[in-house]
Design a protein around this ligand. Structure first.
Ligand SMILES: [Fe+2]
Ligand SMILES: [Fe+2]
Length: 311
């Protein structure tokens, strides 16, 4: 039974969670004539004029490495950022009072996320074994370094709150990749299925973290809210900004010359397309607005400056 005010989305967890109900997904090595490992539109550097003469084999190789890095990002996000927070919530160790049912559901989320990390990790290894192409261009996702830097700037007593907010941002900002890949007919079935399994669980997590945010925000003091509010746009940027180091590593492993790579990066990323961040973070921004975070002047200004809300 959920207490008043908390609606659990985990009542059917035993039969619906991917870890409890979905089979292992195993990659296949051979692509059909029109198939790709990863949607090229989601790896936009491929449209750079500097790469206009790329041969089809190099293009396919780049997309395979883009898939590897995407799966690696999933593993690292879960293990490094999300699991420590959901574990702490389950143990009642996050500095706020939560309904017992919310703590209980945090155990299920922790299990889900550990499974996502594991299946993403295993899928990389199996795809390597099937295709003979090692995941040689993997890099530590950029957000790890950016988050570590931000934590260093923050007073130690507020670091836990920064961690809670980063996980809340990432869990409410269900990625476009999770939505798009399962529907993309060019992607082989096992890849679509492994992403669909993840997306299905993340739908429940989003519902949970929407309610977690309400509990968290209600219980923050004025000083904590003044700290937390302006931090949110930075956390959204840390989560969403392109990982140029990874794109560079992927292009270099395809044998492209450093000058070609740097030109392609410049052509693709010199300007952030207007409204991109706001569109991708739309749901997360709305949730923070609904709890009243944007009522604070400095917080609204930070959201405006980051382009997340109109001026
Ligand atoms: Fe996940
Ligand atoms: Fe999640």
């Amino acid at each position: 039974m959920s207490p008043p005010g908390y609606r659990s989305s985990f009542a059917q967890w035993e039969t619906r969670a991917s870890v409890r109900s979905r089979p292992r997904r195993h990659p296949t090595a051979v692509l059909g004539p029109d198939q790709v490992f990863f949607p090229p539109e989601l790896f936009p550097v491929l449209s750079a004029p500097a790469l206009a003469d790329l041969d089809p084999a190099a293009r396919q190789s780049i997309l395979q490495h883009a898939l590897y890095q995407y799966l690696h990002f999933t593993t690292v996000l879960e293990q490094h950022a999300v699991l420590p927070v959901t574990s702490a919530i389950s143990l009642g160790d996050v500095g706020i009072a939560l309904p017992e049912a919310m703590r209980a559901d945090a155990y299920k989320i922790t299990t889900d996320e550990a499974w996502h990390a594991q299946f993403a990790y295993d899928f990389i290894a199996e795809l390597h074994a099937e295709t003979g192409v090692p995941s040689s261009a993997l890099v530590r996702p950029r957000f790890v370094t950016d988050l570590a830097r931000l934590r260093e700037e923050v007073e130690p007593s507020l670091r836990r709150l920064a961690d809670l907010l980063f996980t809340t941002v990432s869990e409410t900002l269900v990625s476009q990749l999770l939505m798009d890949i399962p529907r993309d007919g060019r992607i082989p079935d096992p890849i679509r299925e492994v992403v669909a399994d993840h997306a299905m669980d993340e739908g429940r997590h989003q519902t949970y973290f929407r309610q977690f945010l309400r509990e968290l925000w209600t219980q923050l003091g004025t000083a904590e809210r003044r700290f937390a509010g302006p931090l949110i746009p930075r956390l959204v940027e840390i989560f969403l900004a392109p990982d140029l180091g990874s794109v560079e590593a992927i292009l270099r492993q395809a044998g492209l010359a450093p000058t070609v790579v740097s030109t392609a990066l410049r052509e693709t990323y010199a300007a952030v397309p207007e409204g991109r961040l706001a569109a991708e973070a739309r749901v997360t921004v709305r949730l923070f607005d609904e709890v009243g975070a944007l009522d604070d002047h400095a917080t609204r200004a930070a959201f405006t400056t980051a382009g997340l809300v109109p001026a």
